[in-house]
Design a protein around this ligand. Structure first.
Ligand code: HEC
Length: 147
């Protein structure tokens, strides 16, 4: 009888501590920027350290902050370019990609040599959410899909 009790309390302890341990792990991962799954939306990521603190340097209007305002950024850039930029802003800055040339020309007065846009290591899902979020920053909102 007492053996059964011991076993039961052991199971109970494991069942209770496992989720807590998993949560602590996830938090540690998030701090190191290697969290695989995030519940945050693109907007939340854009505004949080986990996503790279984009909002520290970018307004979502067309006002300049440290970097350009990102209103209508998806009209200036393809998703491919945005993804490439987020993976490696410095490398993209040095490339002769037409969208980079346009950006360099547009920001010439700000700085001349390298970009100061952050390179934040992030998983594909996080990056995609941020790219998708940038696609919603439109001066003329996309028409509501008809049901
Ligand atoms: C430390 C400031 C800083 C942070 C943080 C930052 N950026 Fe930037 N970003 C810049 C600057 C400055 C530029 C313009 C290029 C240049 O002149 O260096 C830029 C350029 C860009 C561009 C091109 C804009 C255009 O008009 O073509 C995009 C897109 C962009 N950043 C997205 C992001 C995203 C998304 C994040 C968060 C993951 C982020 N940035 C974080 C400073 C920053």
């Amino acid at each position: 009888m007492s053996k059964t009790l011991t076993t039961m309390s052991l199971i109970l302890t494991l069942a209770l501590t496992a989720p807590v341990a998993a949560l602590a792990d996830a938090e540690a991962d998030a701090k190191q920027g290697k969290s695989e799954k995030t519940e945050k939306t693109g907007k939340e990521l854009f505004e949080s350290a986990e996503g790279g603190s984009c909002s520290t340097c970018h307004h979502t209007t067309n006002m300049l902050k440290v970097g350009p305002g990102l209103l209508d950024v998806s009209k200036r850039h393809t998703d491919e370019w945005l993804t490439m930029w987020l993976k490696d802003p410095q490398g993209t800055w040095r490339s002769e990609h037409p969208e980079t040339l346009e950006l360099r020309e547009r920001t010439r007065k700000l700085r001349s040599r390298a970009t100061s846009c952050v390179k934040k290591p992030m998983d594909d899902e996080t990056r995609q959410k941020i790219v998708d979020y940038m696609g919603t920053l439109l001066s003329t909102p996309a028409a509501e899909p008809t049901k």
